[in-house]
Design a protein around this ligand. Sequence first.
Ligand code: AMP
Length: 118
Amino acid sequence: MVEETLFSKIVNKEIPADILYQDDEVTAFRDINPQAPTHVLIIPNRIIPTVNDVSNADAAVLGRLFIVARRLAEEEGIAEDGYRLLVNCGRHGNQEVFHLHMHLLGGRPLGPMLSRPR
Ligand code: AMP
């Protein structure tokens, strides 16, 4: 049996989420704790835990994440001003949910990419 993740439960509608887009390969929903006026998570429906698990077989679905991001950025009205796409990986990347996801952030100037080292 394939293990479930929090996000696969959202894909399967077992837990609620504000889903903006879904097809056979990809689902996009609003982040529950938004860090910007637009904060959407775009995920492959199939579980890929981290970027470290990516293989050639995933090339098409990973490409689809960008296509959906572009489309949602337009729909959210942030395409022209710009936005940030972010994928965290593992402990140092502060990844919390081990189901690969792309963050789409925008709607205000986002500042530098990283905070200063502590
Ligand atoms: P990351 O740190 O890259 O793994 O990001 C995980 C993201 O998932 C965080 O921004 C959380 O706010 C978000 N998140 C956690 N649980 C949910 C949920 N049930 N619905 C939507 N977003 C969630």
